[in-house]
Design a protein around this ligand. Structure first.
Ligand code: FES
Length: 111
């Protein structure tokens, strides 16, 4: 039996390196964890989202930044790159990832 990690539908990575941290990304990360647990979006609480910290994503001046990827029903991998995130925006992103909805376009810089 595979561990539950492999049942994760989506992975959201928040940059907590120095410059994004200076713009509040560590607090954003912790606050998002609380929300994922409260709304049961985290992979271990019945949801589908895995949240992790990550190092610099290379767009420091626009932080807090995050990236995400998920497997679509077709089996293809979809990714999204986001800048200037605040709590409402990243929670909206996490909900879309969890629910299999279209990724938000606001503050997305890979399109
Ligand atoms: S420190 Fe976050 S993108 Fe560089």
């Amino acid at each position: 039996m595979k561990p539950s990690f492999f049942k994760t539908r989506a992975h959201l990575l928040v940059c907590t390196s120095e410059k994004c941290a200076g713009k509040g990304s560590r607090i954003l990360f912790q606050t998002l964890w609380t929300a994922l647990e409260r709304e049961r979006l985290a992979y271990y609480s019945g949801g589908h989202v895995r949240l992790t910290e990550t190092g610099c994503l290379g767009a420091c001046q626009f932080g807090p930044n995050a990236t995400c990827y998920r497997t679509l029903e077709s089996g293809n991998l979809e990714e999204g790159w986001y800048y200037g995130l605040d709590f409402p925006k990243i929670l909206n992103l996490a909900r879309a990832l969890n629910d299999g909805e279209t990724l938000p376009t606001e503050n997305r810089f890979d399109q």
